[in-house]
Write a protein that binds this ligand. Structure first.
Ligand code: FES
Ligand code: FE2
Length: 379
């Protein structure tokens, strides 16, 4: 049976290192370990505060097949819970919406308050030793950063500020107007019933962390932004990449000189969250990709924009109907290739002249991955 010891370990020096083997992108055993060692412990962006304005407003989300929901309770507190009934485990909520009074399980109608307490359970009055307090919903950690709601299943997790030190300050510095934005829209693979995407989540994580592929794969993107001024800043647990607009009239979409955002910026937050702005109207979006199996993933994207202005139609059309399909095609092809008997472990392109186009972000991601997954790393 294949194990990780059959492969060359990563090296700390990216310029000398082989990439991770294809095995970690399709092994069920690795995927189960990722659930425990990664997804049970990390912050996940799951909502925008603005879509949970009123008591009873809720959104559902998934974290590596674990279902959760976030709801605003009657005291105005946002809370996150596992999305599972304490009776016989039916899912409680789907999609997004408002629960009105109580959270009612569709199976046998047990009802929970918005704070997670069991309020009504039919025909349980005469049950011996039945204590409703023992059947409250199980709550998980929740924090808000830059208007976005993050959750974490680990009760002992470090705060967001400690997990990604400097990230919130960096958004405040570059996007000082973020608090003036309102919830605009969301797109979820599962909520919209779209098919799962046919690649391991790490394939997309790595693709998002380098722009070495931008010139060959995204011809319009490299016309939109100035690749010569494409910059990256690396920090503990996160990094920022940014590039100014190259041409107002370009192959992707028109950016008027009068529009307030004249650059693209993305904060990549370990392991699978991104927050970013795109050229055009004021906007701040989150993007999260997460596994639904060893070889499949789903995505969730949430957009905040100026109320009444929104996000330019040309911009979202380019992002979702051109740029994303280009990346999706790449990821699907790479996933297939990573399973080929003809593929050996590759190399990271870290040439000094590659500048913003280097694959340093991919190497950093794989080093962090090796650390948390307890894979060997060589000097
Ligand atoms: S599983 Fe929810 S009420 Fe029975
Ligand atoms: Fe891409």
């Amino acid at each position: 049976m294949t194990t990780i010891s059959d492969f060359k370990p990563l090296k700390k020096d990216g310029a000398r290192s082989r990439t991770l083997p294809g095995y970690v992108y399709h092994s069920s055993e690795i995927y189960e370990q990722e659930k425990t060692l990664i997804f049970d412990r990390v912050w996940q962006v799951v909502a925008h505060e603005g879509e949970l304005a009123n008591s009873g407003d809720y959104v559902t989300a998934e974290i590596a097949e674990e279902k959760i929901f976030v709801i605003r309770d009657d005291d105005g507190v946002l809370r996150a819970f596992y999305n599972v009934c304490q009776h016989r485990a039916h899912t409680l909520l789907t999609g997004t919406g408002n629960v009105n009074n109580t959270i009612i399980c569709p199976y046998h109608a047990w009802a929970y308050t918005k704070s997670g307490a069991l309020k009504a359970s039919r025909y349980t009055k005469t049950l011996p030793d039945f204590d409703p307090a023992a059947f409250s919903l199980r709550e998980i950690r929740l924090e808000i950063a830059c208007g976005f709601v993050f959750v974490n299943q680990d009760p002992n997790a470090l705060s967001i500020e400690e997990t990604w030190p400097g990230f919130i300050d960096s958004v405040n510095e570059h996007v000082p107007w973020w608090s003036e934005l309102s919830f605009h829209s969301r797109s979820d693979s599962d909520v919209n019933g779209q098919d799962d995407h046919a690649s391991n989540w790490k394939v997309l994580a790595e693709n998002c962390r380098e722009c070495y592929h931008c010139a060959p794969a995204h011809p319009a993107f490299v016309d939109l932004v100035d690749m010569k001024r494409y910059k990256r800043e690396y920090h503990d647990g996160w990094f920022l990449n940014q590039a100014p607009v190259n041409k107002h009239d370009n192959a992707a979409y028109t950016v008027l000189p009068t529009e307030p955002v004249q650059k693209a910026m993305f904060w990549h937050l370990w392991p699978n969250n991104e927050i970013g702005i795109s050229p055009g109207e004021r906007n701040l979006s989150s993007f999260r990709y997460y596994p639904s199996g060893p070889e499949t993933m789903r995505m969730s994207s949430i957009n905040a924009a100026v109320a009444g202005v929104g996000i330019g139609a040309e911009c979202s059309n380019y992002m979702w109907n051109v740029l994303w399909p280009e990346d999706e095609g790449i990821c699907d092809a790479v996933q297939q290739g990573l399973k080929s008997k003809g593929y050996r472990q590759g190399r990271f392109v870290m040439d000094g002249e590659s500048g913003g186009e280097s694959e340093q972000g991919v190497h950093e991601f794989q080093l962090q991955y090796a650390k948390v997954m307890r894979l060997p790393v060589e000097e």
